[in-house]
Ligand binder design. Structure first.
Ligand SMILES: [Zn+2]
Length: 442
């Protein structure tokens, strides 16, 4: 299989005006959105969904400062969430649905053993709360006692029938906000588009004589270049190729991939997200993947960005992916890396933990084991660094307070430096990156 050679240990520091993806992104100077992330990187594509030259999507786990950083107080119901803020207004108060404690409580079951290797777990963190989207409950995380595996999971874990209660205020219910239209943004998009056209042979927007220069500029910053790679899931152009996104949320990434020439479909279990995606004209199915009963050997590519960590049974999910992929088809999974430098740095405040929605948080080896048990024989699994957003978000969580303002330039520079340092570290420590990227071939 082709190797995503430039993906390795790279990532994307993205300053917040250049991005908007799954997660939180300040989309414009005076009009910004803070979002969360699930399953998929949402993209910072234009609202129109056009991704002609100069307007490729941006996406990624990297850019998420939290939308709702909720103080640890069950009594707090009014959460300043700053979804869309105009001008100098620094915050908007958004009221999460008032909870009925008796019906909103998420029921759980014990989960003492590792999903992958069935070894006992050791307590990693206890009494965590959802400081992002205000889901009820207090949560413990266990870590597999086998250091080779290292998987982290919730114990107790939500009952499957109650998992939806953790998504009531989730970001995929939000409307997309178009990215800023300024010189810096246009330049950034143009560099990204040129790089993607050159490396992945997408031809939307036609040839641009500056593509070679764009590619050269992209290579100068490895963490942004990795971001460009992950924004297209390292997939080479395949005109009229059939692509499925599992956990597509409101469909922003799907729209982007459609703009690049893919025939796209999506699946998501969240009715509000599916409705939002359908409003964009996308073909999106409600429910789990297996419920869709897709024909075997029917997709050229399946993408899953920040989804697998939300799924109760990842092996079954990947088995179904294997079944419906065409021979030669490709599965690309992006998920938080629990052995990342960010987790080591921020501990319980690390943004990638996200209890109670992240049921399993993988290491390279545990995700590779899941992939192999699902039937894939050809795959590569590596960590990637595009770490500004997660560092910003984790810093906010550490402070425990809402930051509705866009990050200061000092903080941005610090985050850029952190990302580059992490990239340098990842050259010697292959597990240092914030995200795991799994590319599997059927
Ligand atoms: Zn294990």
């Amino acid at each position: 299989m082709e190797r995503a050679d430039d993906l390795r240990c790279t990532g994307a520091f993205r300053d917040c005006e250049e991005i908007s993806t799954h997660g939180f992104a300040y989309v414009a100077k005076n009009k910004r959105t803070l979002g969360g992330c699930r399953g998929h990187p949402t993209s910072g594509s234009s609202a129109s969904g056009h991704h002609a030259k100069g307007s490729l999507p941006t996406c990624g786990y990297s850019e998420f400062p939290p939308r709702n950083v909720v103080p640890d107080s069950d009594a707090r119901r009014e959460i300043a969430c700053s979804r869309t803020i105009s001008g100098e207004q620094m915050s908007a108060t958004h009221a999460l649905p008032r909870r009925d404690e008796s019906t909103d409580a998420i029921r759980t079951r014990p989960c003492p053993k590792c999903y992958v290797c069935e070894r006992q777990g050791e307590l990693l963190y206890e009494i965590l709360t959802d400081r992002l989207f205000g889901a009820p409950g207090k949560w413990n995380l266990k870590r597999c006692s086998d250091p080779k595996c290292g998987m982290v999971w919730l114990d107790p874990v939500p009952l499957e029938e109650d998992i939806s209660k953790a998504y009531r205020a989730y970001y995929t219910h939000e409307a997309d906000v178009p990215p800023a239209d300024n010189f810096a943004r246009r330049l950034y998009s143009r560099i990204q588009a040129g790089y993607v056209r050159t490396k992945y042979h997408y031809r939307q927007g036609g040839h641009d004589p500056w593509d070679q220069l764009s590619t050269l500029l992209a290579y100068l910053n490895p963490i942004r270049r990795a971001n460009f790679d992950l924004n297209v899931f390292c997939l080479h152009a395949k005109p009229n190729g059939r692509l499925l996104e599992v956990g597509c949320g409101s469909g922003t990434m799907l729209k982007s991939m459609q703009g690049l020439g893919w025939k796209v479909e999506g699946v998501d279990f969240d009715p509000a997200a599916v409705e939002a995606a359908r409003k964009k004209g996308l073909s999106v199915h409600l429910g789990t993947l297996s419920e869709q009963e897709f024909r075997a050997n029917s997709f050229d590519a399946i993408i899953m960005g920040h989804c697998i960590e939300h799924v109760p049974d990842p092996i079954n999910l990947l088995r179904e992916c294997y079944r419906i992929l065409k021979p030669g088809g490709r599965l690309v999974v992006i998920t938080p890396n629990v052995r990342s430098w960010g987790h080591r740095l921020y501990g319980a405040d690390w943004r990638g933990l996200e209890p109670p929605r992240h049921l399993h948080i993988f290491t390279l080896s545990s995700l590779a084991a899941v992939c192999a048990r699902a039937g894939f024989t050809g795959y590569e699994c590596r960590s990637a660094v595009r770490a500004n957003g997660i560092h910003l978000a984790s810093r906010m969580l550490r402070k425990g307070k809402l930051e509705s303002r866009p990050p200061s330039w000092n903080l941005r520079l610090l985050a850029e430096a952190t990302g580059l340092a992490q990239w340098a570290l990842s050259l010697v420590d292959r597990e240092a990156g914030e995200e795991i990227v799994l590319i599997s071939l059927k």
